[in-house]
Design a protein around this ligand. Sequence first.
Ligand code: DP6
Length: 344
Amino acid sequence: MASLYLSTCRAPVNIAVIKYWGKEDERLIIPTNDSLSLTLSIDDLCATTTIAASPDFSKDRLWLNGKEESTSTERIQNCLRAIREAAASRSSSPNPEWKLKIISENNFPTAAGLASSAAGYACLVASLKNLYGLEGNYSSVARKGSGSACRSMFGGFVRWHKGIQPDGEDSIAVQVAPSSFWPEIRVIICVVNDVKKDTGSTSGMQRSVETSELLKYRIAEVVPRRIEFMAKAIAEKDFDTFARITMQDSNQFHAICQDTYPPIRYMNQTSWDIVSMVHKYNSKHGSNKLAYTFDAGPNAFLFCLEENVPEIVEVLRTQFPSDSTDFIRGMYSDDIARKTNLSS
Ligand code: DP6
């Protein structure tokens, strides 16, 4: 009788407050600096991946948002190989030599600076890990799919340690605090534009490593200091400092994009209007009650405390009535949701 093993997982996107931008090793995806992020709620922006394993399948196949994609890319191969090797060394079921059918869906636009690859690869690895019943921290495998994906393997506040080993095995993500530690934090996502970006993160950061002087300074001087201050602000639930460092780090990342040659531009005029609005709002309140951060795209991720959400949404709706959409998001406290069905 034919055997079929199934595993389904969901993984949310994460938003970095200390950014990852630059690789020391392109192939292994070892970053030039540590980074720190918040993982969003599982009900918000997330990927859902179902994997089936059967001795009847003749080759590995992958469908992304309903369209068949190749499984032979280096990144997918690296993830599959690492998990299969781990499963083989533990004599896991199903047999790691069986071929797989992988179906993955995002509930948000792919590659528009909304961290789709982070959720996608975290979900792939979590679902594989679940399929073979593996235990432990597999964030270094998700990292081989997309650097920032390693942080989506955990909920709450997550730090990606760049590590010191040349093989990248200690370049892993670790939860700093669950979201239940600071449950009042909210993120509001302003979707300014959901069109696929011109310069992807991978090629953009490669160009920055090759050409930006400012990036060298950031790696050597800024991040090691800043990440400790950020960890302290989180430990003390000091929102004013958390917000200031978040905004400063986003600004430095985009300054590096401009310092890259030829320069890269991710933020547009609406993004900058949001920056001005946030600073005006904070100066009116006499402290940082709102923080912005922008990734490799024009969309704004705003952080605030729950009590201020109604007022902030009101300000956003008044100032950006037509060209942005607001979503209110909670946070995510547990590990990635999982479900395994087993039939034979
Ligand atoms: C700006 O993880 O997408 O979002 O490792 O090449 O796949 P690759 O890059 P990716 O880069 C994300 C960059 C960022 C900042 C961050 O998330 O830390």
